[in-house]
Design a protein around this ligand. Structure first.
Ligand SMILES: [Zn+2]
Length: 254
């Protein structure tokens, strides 16, 4: 059976029967991939207890017989990110990002940029250098961008009037149209999401460009609150479902 190796981030794990574990990885070389890790449940010696959520591993796996699930042969721990799993709130954020990836990605479809983005936000979350809320905004904006759902924030989605030429203090964002609307066009929207002009500018700064610079971006408290609400609604709307982990994240955030 063909064997392959790849770096991979552990997205979710499910016990399977008495001995085995079924694991979904975001792999660098093969995109999303679900593997079976035999005897991983009973024997911690088999994989040395390293098959933990959000950790980065170097995998050796085979492609399985016929239609069978690929089998995990070996795994070497590259980044444990144990700082995430030790904190309830950090785990909630990482679970939300992992679920967005899991919902959107197709199996065996490589997504290098998204892989490095996820690795980056997990690393920052683990070290605690950036705040969870700011990382959540950064991840969602870039995830939307990479998945082809980026909100149109530069000009009115209907008449194309530019943001700079809009007079209102609060700009209406229409979920269905996927972008902002000017004062004249906003009467035709049922959306109740509104964003201050300054918030929109901050979102545009983190949307693309240098990742390290975007990570150091300081949001004002009101921009943080508006962006969080808007991005979580927008992302769920465009994925066509609300991630279960979002409900949990909102509960613990209070
Ligand atoms: Zn307009």
């Amino acid at each position: 059976m063909p064997v392959f190796t790849t770096p991979a981030i552990l997205l979710r794990r499910l016990d399977y029967g008495d001995f085995d574990v079924i694991i979904t990885f975001f792999t660098l070389r093969r995109g999303k991939l679900t593997l079976i890790a035999k005897s991983a449940k009973k024997s911690t010696r088999r994989f040395g207890g390293i098959l933990e959520l959000f950790s980065i591993l170097e995998l050796v796996a085979n492609t399985g017989r016929g239609k069978g699930m690929p089998v995990l042969q070996e795994a070497v721990l590259k980044q444990p990110f144990s700082g995430i799993r030790a904190h309830f709130k950090k785990t909630a954020y990482a679970s939300y990002w992992a679920e967005l990836i899991n919902i959107w990605m197709e199996d065996n479809y490589r997504q290098d940029e998204l892989y490095f983005l996820f690795e980056h936000v997990l690393s920052e979350l683990d070290s605690g250098q950036a705040t969870e809320a700011a990382l959540n905004i950064l991840f969602q904006m870039r995830f939307l961008n990479l998945s082809g759902h980026c909100p149109h924030l530069r000009a009115c989605s209907l008449c194309h009037r530019e943001l700079e030429n809009m007079q209102q203090a609060k700009i209406i964002l229409d979920l269905q149209r996927g972008g902002i609307l000017c004062g004249d066009c906003s009467n035709r929207s049922a959306s109740r999401i509104s964003l201050a002009r300054g918030t929109i500018k901050q979102l545009l700064w983190v949307e693309s460009g240098d990742l390290a610079k975007a990570t150091r971006m300081k949001f004002s408290p009101s921009a943080l609150e508006e962006s969080t609400h808007f991005l979580e609604e927008f992302t769920s709307y465009h994925l066509g479902k609300q991630p279960r982990s979002l409900k949990f994240l909102r509960q613990i955030r209070g």
